[in-house]
Design a binder for this molecule. Structure first.
Ligand SMILES: Cc1ncc(COP(=O)(O)O)c(CNc2co[nH]c2=O)c1O
Length: 398
């Protein structure tokens, strides 16, 4: 049996999305910017896709949603164009972000630090989140941008975006939120959240890889990251990947309409809880960050005495796909940076396993995964040189 439990890394393209995309490869293949009918025949579905995107995040008609290659591009665009607009050409020289952002944010900020920009990386608490008060205290007169994610890709923890947005509005500071792991899992309402910009990526909500977006609230000026043609009203040059844009719109529609969200919470949340409850019955296991206030599909669990990579290998031998954290960072054998941010000691930080489900998982798959996780833990602990089960005091009398 093949059981895919790494949906925070990427998801399967929904068949309905694929059907929507098909005509735009070999039949309706014109360049949307061409004046002839081959080009204009793409417009109807492209406009429908934009409508789905605006509807999915409750963007106002006067706001912009710019199609990008992925969330990484959108994140880099925000960080580097704020540097251009407000730091190089302005009086600002400070950015506030968090220690647990995706590398697409932290690496871009590290790059700017080499250019002399000051960056505050806010710590998270033992629950893996930070509060708006911490952001308020970090904002300075020369702060150009606050960028705090909507939901964390490894723990699923949801950040107080609305409260942070209110603080940024009060302080007159631009607020960006990386919503890549939130869309399709929890409600993302950009007007309610006081946010100026959000990033997203289609392949996180059953759309195609290689297409994403940047939402920009009306009135927010941001120099283009890509110059050239007049696509996207000159805000992002380059011929749009028509099929992928249409696929992303359809995926957003499917993922965010009322039924889908309710289904995600009830179905996916129930499956995640069943998996998590079973693993927590194994001694010396803990959910990193606790079980509250998370996206319904994610669990990051530490299994003491079991190296994350060893566990992944064992599960993979049985057709089960999981991860130790962001795929972008999981090739190296460094400790999980998010767990480090929690203050986990080095040993614990190597024991994290992330399971991230989707609406395409079912109970039979979860039962299969539970069976093989238990067997893998027993096998790996038996060969561990460092793990010995020590019954808790209340058990010692058994
Ligand atoms: C919060 C967040 N932001 C940005 C990205 C980058 O998205 P991309 O540009 O479409 O690649 C990811 C991908 N996160 C992960 C990729 O693999 N495992 C992950 O957790 C993410 O989780």
């Amino acid at each position: 049996m093949q059981v895919y439990l790494d949906n925070n890394a990427t998801t399967k393209v929904d068949e309905k999305v694929f059907e929507e995309m098909k005509p735009f490869f070999c039949e309706v293949y014109g360049n949307p910017n061409s004046l002839h009918s081959f080009g204009s025949s793409t417009h109807k579905k492209m406009l429908e896709a934009l409508d789905y995107l605006y509807e999915g995040i409750n963007a106002a008609d006067e706001d912009d949603i710019i199609i990008t290659a992925n969330a990484t591009e959108a994140n880099n665009w925000v960080i580097k164009s704020v540097w251009l607009d407000k730091i190089l050409d302005g009086e600002k020289n400070h950015i506030v972000t968090s220690e647990v952002e995706h590398p697409a944010i932290t690496a871009a900020c590290n790059f700017l630090e080499k250019k002399g920009v000051e960056v505050t990386y806010l710590n998270v608490n033992e629950e893996g989140i930070l509060d708006a008060e911490a952001v308020k205290k970090a904002i300075r007169e020369d702060t150009a941008l606050v960028s705090i994610m909507w939901a964390n890709n490894e723990t699923g923890k949801i950040f107080p975006v609305k409260e942070i947005g209110a603080v940024c509005r009060e302080k007159g500071v631009l607020f960006h939120s990386d919503a890549t792991q939130a869309i399709g899992k929890v409600e993302v309402d950009v007007q309610d959240a006081n946010v100026d910009m959000i990033s997203f990526s289609a392949h996180k909500f059953h759309g195609p890889k290689g297409v994403g977006g940047l939402y920009i609230k009306k009135g927010v000026e941001l120099s283009p990251y890509m110059h050239g043609g007049e696509q996207m009203d000159g805000r992002r040059a380059g011929t749009v990947d028509v099929a992928s844009m249409i696929g992303m719109g359809k995926a957003m529609h499917l993922a965010t309409n009322t039924m889908a969200i309710a289904y995600e919470k009830n179905h996916v949340g129930m499956l995640r809880d069943k998996l998590e409850n079973a693993i927590l019955k194994i001694p010396d296991t803990i959910v990193i960050g606790g079980r509250e206030n998370r996206t319904p599909n994610t669990t990051l669990i530490s299994i003491k005495g079991v190296e994350g990579e060893s566990m992944l290998w064992d599960l993979n031998q049985n057709g089960i796909a999981a991860s130790t954290g962001s795929a972008c960072a999981s090739e190296d054998l460094e400790a999980n940076p998010v767990m480090n941010a929690f203050g986990s000691d080095s040993e614990l930080a190597h024991t994290g396993i992330r399971f991230s489900l989707s609406r395409f998982n079912n109970e039979e798959q979860i039962d299969y995964a539970i069976e093989h996780i238990k067997k893998a833990v027993e096998r790996l602990r038996n060969i561990s040189s460092s793990y010995a089960y020590t019954p808790k005091s209340h058990e010692s009398g058994l």
